[in-house]
Write a protein that binds this ligand. Structure first.
Ligand code: MN3
Length: 203
């Protein structure tokens, strides 16, 4: 089955005041929808037309060259945004608990140092992209990617990703990407990030 735009798991206004309803509406209904439409168009008639987005991105080098850039950008965009809506929520914020909290302390020394490293990846990403926490198969890593490149393309499992494209923040924050990144942590849904961490380690 072709990719479908998932419903937002909360109202457009649920992440106010940190992320405004109009940004959420445009981001989900127009931007994410366009990635879905364009990914489906690029994959139509290929052997990946019914594949999962994870398997498409894992085998990106096998996609015919004339379609590869469109698939990379749009299937990547679909995967990234599908994760993004899930790892945010109206009751978000705070710090992760359990094994994820412990693994972050082990890796970065403190939650604040971890947050600073994710934000730094987002601030320094020139142009458009994402800043990530991933499971690399043996441990946690933080890095950023350009455009809609997904950690899945290098066999990493994305656990948390912050969209730093201007469309994610410009209406409310204009050119102040660092202010958006700082505010974003008020909407992070740690329960979902912790669930992904447990699932990734169980693989
Ligand atoms: Mn986006």
């Amino acid at each position: 089955m072709a990719f479908e735009l998932p419903d937002l798991p909360y109202d457009y206004s649920a992440l106010e005041p940190h992320i405004d309803a109009e940004t959420m509406r445009i981001h989900h209904d127009l931007h994410h929808n366009a990635y879905v439409t364009n990914a489906n168009a690029a994959l139509e008639g290929t052997e990946w037309a019914n594949a999962s987005v994870e398997s498409v991105l894992s085998s990106i080098e096998a996609i015919p060259e004339e379609k590869r850039a469109a698939v990379r950008n749009n299937a990547g965009g679909h995967a990234n945004h599908s994760l993004f809506w899930q790892i945010m929520g109206p009751d978000g914020g705070g710090e992760p608990g359990g094994e994820l909290g412990a693994a972050i302390s082990d890796g970065w020394g403190s939650f604040d140092a971890f947050k600073a490293s994710i934000n730094d990846g987002g601030v320094k990403r020139f142009g458009s992209g994402w800043t990530w926490l991933v499971w690399d198969g043996t441990g946690l890593e933080a890095y950023s990617t350009a455009n809609q490149d997904s950690p899945i393309m290098q066999s990493h499992v994305p656990l948390l990703g912050i969209d730093v494209w201007e469309h994610a923040y410009y209406l409310k924050y204009q050119n102040k990407r660092p202010a958006y990144l700082e505010a974003w942590w008020n909407v992070v849904n740690w329960a979902e990030v912790e669930r992904r961490f447990a699932e990734a380690r169980g693989r």
